[in-house]
Design a protein around this ligand. Structure first.
Ligand SMILES: Nc1ncnc2c1ncn2[C@@H]1O[C@H](COP(=O)(O)OP(=O)(O)OP(=O)(O)O)[C@@H](O)[C@H]1O
Ligand SMILES: [Mg+2]
Length: 320
């Protein structure tokens, strides 16, 4: 059985908020799986259920072969968790923090384990410094080391890069990839940095308003909408341009309009796409600049959620 199996999971909070509205997915052994979505999508709630902190309203969730509802203690036995709220003690050194937790969880051969993990997360040199002196990225890496002390088979990370600057986020993603190899651990993480997740996750589920709207490898999801993204900055009324783009045929998707930029995903090659758009005489249609770039998971999210929701990118021409 896969280490995480979720079926028709729902969670309605007593306030009436339907945070999770029937999601199903599996996480396979050894993979890094990402739950991706915007604020309020239901990511933390889902991780809460899987880590036995939140009681589900319906459906089933199995972790390490154990039901999180029927046998939460057994389910907890096979997991490590890093939530957003720090559980570190600022007054202690990194090493002392790990030692405290190792004692709490009765980690066998703790000294060797702690040394190995400090090395793995790149904190060996700062191990005896007080955590107060650590950067945000160092703290997050120490939290991960802490979660791995008991050699869990599944590691849950809720928004591991939240609040970190771009360079620290890159470093943290690198740490996650490296630990997966080194510790042979299955990783289930949540993030709203969709573009960053696409380099780290083997598979992702894009979740929006409590439902999974797409699931697969990043490449599969990107192929579904088209691998190239055309962006046109326009001046004036974009409607004639939108009409012309819609005539380009089945290899291009629906144009999206956000601010003064029209974007369009396509399965054409970048050269084909440029040639075809150039043949429309774009400058005549108010186009000032034109770029073609690879489609990202953020684009996939915007395209999949643009229909009818009127969020960041409205479906172009919906008002006409
Ligand atoms: N304890 C709670 N009681 C009531 N409603 C809650 C509770 N926790 C979360 N919610 C609501 O459930 C929905 C999903 O929240 P959740 O925290 O799971 O989303 P998220 O995807 O983790 O968002 P974020 O990216 O902001 O962390 C939101 O509408 C939120 O306000
Ligand atoms: Mg959250």
């Amino acid at each position: 059985m896969d280490p995480v199996v979720v079926r028709a999971l729902t969670k309605t909070y007593p306030s009436g908020v339907e945070a999770v509205r029937g999601i199903s997915f599996d996480v396979r052994s050894g993979e890094v799986f990402g739950l991706l979505g915007p604020n309020g999508a239901g990511k933390t709630t889902t991780l809460g259920v899987l880590t036995t902190l939140v009681k589900p309203s319906g459906g089933t969730a199995m972790v390490g072969g154990h039901s999180v509802v029927a046998d939460p203690l057994a389910a907890r036995g096979s997991i490590g968790v890093v939530f957003q709220d720090s559980v570190l003690d600022n007054e202690f050194s990194g090493e002392a923090n790990l030692r405290l937790h190792a004692r709490l969880w009765r980690v066998p051969d703790a000294d060797a384990r702690i040394a190995a993990l400090l090395e793995a997360v790149g904190l060996a040199e700062r191990a005896s410094d007080s955590v107060r002196t650590y950067s945000g990225g160092m703290r997050r890496r120490l939290e991960i080391a802490r979660a791995l002390l008991g050699r869990p088979s599944v590691l849950f990370l809720d928004e591991p890069t939240l609040g970190l600057d771009p360079i620290m986020r890159q470093e943290l993603w690198h740490t996650v990839s490296m630990l997966r190899e080194r510790e042979q651990v299955t990783v289930l993480l949540s993030t709203h940095y969709l573009e960053e997740a696409q380099n780290v996750c083997d598979r992702v589920a894009i979740i929006d308003q409590g439902k999974i709207i797409a699931l697969g490898t990043p490449a599969q999801l990107i192929d579904r909408v088209g691998r190239e993204m055309l962006e046109l900055r326009v001046e004036g009324d974009p409607n004639e341009l939108l009409g012309a783009l819609r005539e380009l045929g089945p290899t291009v998707g629906e144009p999206l309009l956000a601010a003064a930029t029209v974007s369009l995903a396509s399965s054409d090659s970048p050269e084909e796409l440029s040639t075809r758009v150039t043949s429309l005489e774009p400058s005549r249609l108010g186009v000032r600049t034109m770029t073609v770039r690879p489609t990202t998971l953020s684009d996939v999210f915007l395209i999949l959620t643009s229909h009818g929701t009127g969020r960041e990118a409205a479906v172009a021409g919906a008002s006409s």
